[in-house]
Ligand binder design. Structure first.
Ligand code: FE2
Ligand code: FE2
Length: 189
């Protein structure tokens, strides 16, 4: 659903709830606790809504660090590019920014995979083939999503953005952690 449409529905729902609560005040009077409880519940909606909004975006945590500066810098840059893409999807910034955000994220992901694979190969990391296969499968999946985006336009972008966010964060925090002790032992830092 487009951000502008979902914002309109959200605002309408709040207005309807407030109108219902005013009617409860009129029917039951100020002395009744029911309309006050309903009012308190309505007041928490924007708080929970903004928490959910924040969850769309990702932040760097020190626990993501591999201890290898170039890799960590790449990962930080990727998180920033994920956030750009999430922003372009959810704030409906227009096709040009959408495409630019998507292409930048995919291009940098490819570049970063290349850097990791070179390091793993150079040092003979035992899990190299499996790690490279995961990168390859992810790029294939992204290409399928991009083809979908080319067919359906913005409506397909939400799924692409979510896939990239979840995959990259899990990969940075999981599979990429597997090579870091080995590469650091080989002198990478
Ligand atoms: Fe990585
Ligand atoms: Fe990786």
């Amino acid at each position: 659903m487009k951000q502008s449409v979902s914002m309109l529905m959200y605002s309408l729902a709040l207005v309807v709830l407030l109108v219902v609560d005013v009617m409860l005040f009129v029917a039951l009077g100020l002395a009744s606790p029911i309309p006050w409880v309903v009012l308190a519940a309505i007041a928490t909606i924007p708080y929970f809504s903004s928490r959910q909004e924040k969850r769309r975006f990702v932040t760097w945590h020190d626990s993501y660090s591999t201890g290898i500066e170039a890799i960590d810098n790449d990962h930080k840059k990727l998180l920033g590019l994920i956030n750009n893409l999430q922003a372009s999807v959810h704030y409906h910034t227009g096709e040009q920014f959408e495409r630019q955000s998507l292409n930048e994220l995919i291009d940098y992901t490819r570049f970063h995979f290349g850097r990791e694979e070179s390091l793993m190969e150079k040092h003979g990391f035992p899990g190299f083939a499996d790690h490279k296969r995961q990168h390859h499968e992810m790029i294939q999946e992204v290409e399928r999503f991009v083809a979908e985006y080319e067919k359906k336009g913005s409506d397909a972008l939400d799924q692409v953005a979510e896939y990239l966010k979840v995959w990259l964060v899990n990969h940075i925090n999981g599979t990429d952690q597997e090579y870091s002790p080995y590469l650091r032992e080989k002198g990478e830092k």
